[in-house]
Ligand binder design. Structure first.
Ligand code: KMT
Ligand code: NI
Length: 178
């Protein structure tokens, strides 16, 4: 079951896969206010139902661990750095954890990092345009996840440091404006 809390912002390039729990927990309701939806899904049927409800036609399964890069540490570290760089997508991102663990960090209304720790059966929906990042946990350094796609599998990240905006980002900002 998911754990949600404020990140302590004490991450470095050496320890960013550690828990970084500030001790302040965040409710699923708070998450939903920034458009992030959590679901506990413990059967293939429930996953199929959710995909159907939201008109998601495709999916794939990805494994992220050192072995999935044939023990090429540099290639693995490069991928880890890419996922941990703050970014958004022009489409909604849905991830369902099959095994292992992962952290999805999402920015709240005040630009603070909320960390979600996902384990098997946890599904997270990130709205298009939200700034986020992902990493494995120090404990497992392994995740197997299903990625759901409306149409063709596509993964394009727009990094925050590029300052690149789009209608997806602008629309998202409007939905969380108070
Ligand atoms: C993302 O966009 O941050 C990701 O797809 C993370 C990896 S999913 C295991
Ligand atoms: Ni992403």
């Amino acid at each position: 079951m998911v754990e949600v809390y404020l990140h302590d912002n004490k991450d470095t390039p050496e320890n960013f896969t550690d828990a970084h729990n500030s001790g302040e927990s965040v409710s699923l309701e708070e998450l939903s206010k920034i458009g992030v939806i959590y679901r506990y899904i413990d059967s293939e049927d429930k996953l199929n139902e959710l995909a159907k409800e939201r008109d998601y036609k495709n999916r794939d399964q990805v494994s992220l661990n050192l072995g999935s890069f044939n023990d090429d540490i540099e290639a693995f570290n490069n991928k880890m750095a890419q996922f941990y760089k703050e970014h958004y997508h022009e489409d909604e991102e849905i991830r369902y954890i099959v095994s292992g663990e992962g952290y999805f960090d999402v920015r709240d209304q005040g630009d603070k990092w909320i960390r979600t720790k996902l384990v098997a059966n946890d599904l997270l929906i990130l709205p298009a345009g939200i700034y986020h990042r992902f990493t494995l946990t120090s404990a497992k350094r392994d995740v197997k996840a299903v990625r759901l796609f409306k149409d063709e599998p596509k993964w394009e990240a727009i990094n925050r440091d590029t300052g690149r905006l789009s209608s997806a980002r602008e629309n998202y900002v409007k939905t969380v404006a108070v």
